[in-house]
Design a protein around this ligand. Structure first.
Ligand code: NAD
Length: 496
């Protein structure tokens, strides 16, 4: 059986221990992945520290040229990488292509680093004195990433970290680890020196070793909120800079003036795409006023049209969940919702796919008359379950969203500019779509939620990514004229 190794200092390194990697569409074990611990992390940090000495001295041109070459390889190998992702994650091949494209856009942003990394210069701030600033890399930085985007989420991190002169250690999800090694190979072919990009596989032991290693300067984390809080606490306690993005419960609000067919189409895709395993998935639809009955009827029809099957079968809209435990959790939640008084409009439980009877499949579920006390509303189910909450006004919808502990994404469907403006100004959420269901920002903006969806204060990629992976220096300069009078005051310096 194939074993997926660590990648340290430009070469594969086997793990002393391994864990199973499943094919979610069949339920069968398809590979083993190395499980790293302190020794593997230490080897990766040592390699990355050594590589940092030369990489941080390389020119901006050299670094961006590697990014241009890496981008080209991502284009050429998109199909191969998409199939690797689909085979381990279960999402459709087209959906995997989408995540590669969105990740590649961060590489494209990094290709333009020469512009965004420019410092500023102030001439003659005082007589004969100028000031300029510039930014320098931190050193060895680590990325700890979730299973749901095995290519895109790491790509939110490493292109910017590396292009700004850092060296990087990726600890990907142990559930779908192969994309990380594939990307490591592409970087090597793009001319990235050994030790600049490393992969240590594993779970908690590998994460803990990274959070406490004195050679790691910064940690980027994306995953569930409890682990984000833990990572933030541990890594800051060990003196590291941390960005930690957590879970979500994203609401779509539908006003009565919206085109309901359009809204339902987009909400269906936002709720059930990637089997609901997206941090920007729409898991709650708030139907305002008279929109409700008609909206639920269209959503019911569309949920029945969702084609569930293995991710590599043409025509599949939605694949299996990542594990058997995830499938059980989601199906139990649908049962609990019914017991707590929700109406199960579409019941996805117990779905069997011919030829894939042991796969981790569940069908789309649609729950109506959900209230904010119910578990189906309170928990991030991370599965294909859409909960409908009914309210009377837009302001009620906004209050409901604001009371939710998460604040990652939200979408408003309306024909009213006034309502859209009120919504975007008042809602306590980081990423907002107006008639756009999954408003993932472009790479030259930054990605990040509010409240429990982002711990600390660092969103990811775009300008915030540059800020996170570098620290600023400000230089105040005077070049005295020959024999200039050398008097120096004892008072605190002020400009004149
Ligand atoms: P997870 O929190 O279980 O795992 C994330 C990473 O943490 C993995 O690398 C995992 O190995 C590691 N980890 C898990 N348990 C740990 C522990 N006890 N100690 C230390 N490390 C541990 O998340 P997941 O199930 O892989 O991914 C799904 C979650 O990620 C969802 O909550 C989703 O909303 C969130 N997510 C958020 C964003 C965002 O941008 N906010 C993006 C994608 C996913």
């Amino acid at each position: 059986m194939k074993t997926i190794p660590h990648w340290i200092n430009g070469a594969p390194v086997p793990g002393a221990e391994t864990a199973p990697v499943f094919d979610p569409a069949t339920g069968a074990e398809q590979a083993r992945v190395a499980l790293g611990g302190p020794a593997d992390v230490d080897a990766a940090v040592t390699a990355a520290q050594h590589a940092f000495e030369t990489w941080s001295e390389s020119s901006l041109t050299q670094r961006t040229q590697v990014m241009f070459a890496f981008r080209q390889l991502l284009v050429e190998h998109e199909e191969e990488l998409a199939r690797i992702i689909s085979a381990e994650h279960g999402k459709t091949v087209d959906d995997a292509r989408g995540e590669i494209t969105r990740g590649r856009e961060v590489v494209e942003f990094a290709c333009g680093l020469g512009d965004v990394l420019k410092g500023s210069f102030s001439d003659q701030v005082s007589r004969g004195i100028d000031v300029h600033n510039f930014r320098q890399p931190l050193g060895v930085v680590a990325g700890i990433t979730p299973f749901n985007f095995p290519a895109m989420v790491p790509l939110w991190m490493h292109p910017i970290a590396i292009a700004t002169g850092n060296t990087f250690i990726l600890k990907p999800s142990e559930r779908d680890p192969s994309a990380a090694d594939f990307v490591a190979g592409l970087y090597q072919r793009a001319g990235l020196p050994d030790g600049v990009f490393n992969v240590v596989h594993g779970g908690k032991a590998a994460v803990d070793a990274l959070l406490t290693h004195p050679g790691v300067e910064a940690v980027s984390f994306v995953g569930s909120t409890p682990i984000a809080k833990y990572v933030h606490q541990q890594a800051t306690a060990h003196g590291k800079r941390v960005q930690a993005l957590g879970g979500a419960k994203n609401h779509a609000v539908v006003l009565p003036d919206a085109d309901l067919e359009f809204a339902a189409n987009h909400i269906t895709a936002g709720a059930y795409g990637s089997a609901g395993e997206r941090c920007m998935a729409l898991s709650v639809a708030i139907a305002v006023g008279e929109a409700a009955d008609a909206l639920v009827e269209i959503l019911r029809r569309k949920a029945h049209e969702v084609e569930v099957g293995p991710g590599d079968r043409p025509g599949t809209d939605m694949g299996p969940l990542i594990t058997e435990a995830a499938r059980e959790r989601v199906e139990t939640a649908v049962g609990t919702a019914a017991a707590q008084g929700a109406t199960v409009v579409v019941d996805g439980r117990g779905l069997k796919i011919d030829g894939h009877e042991n796969g981790f499949f569940t069908g789309p579920s649609l729950l109506d008359h959900v209230t904010t006390e119910m578990e189906a509303y309170r928990e991030e189910l991370f599965g294909p379950v859409l909960a409908i909450v009914r309210v009377d006004t837009l302001d009620e919808a906004i209050d409901l969203i604001n009371a939710n502990p998460y604040g990652n994404g939200t979408a408003l469907f309306t024909a009213s500019g006034e309502a859209a403006r009120r919504f975007q100004r008042r809602v306590r959420v980081g990423m907002i779509g107006v008639n756009v269901p999954v408003p993932v920002p472009m790479s030259y903006y930054s990605f990040g939620g509010w409240k429990d969806s982002l711990i600390g204060d660092h969103p990811i990629h775009g300008p915030e990514g540059i800020r996170f992976y570098t620290r600023p220096k400000v230089v105040t300069t005077r070049w005295p004229q020959p024999k200039q009078q050398a008097t120096a005051g004892f008072d605190f310096p002020t400009s004149h």
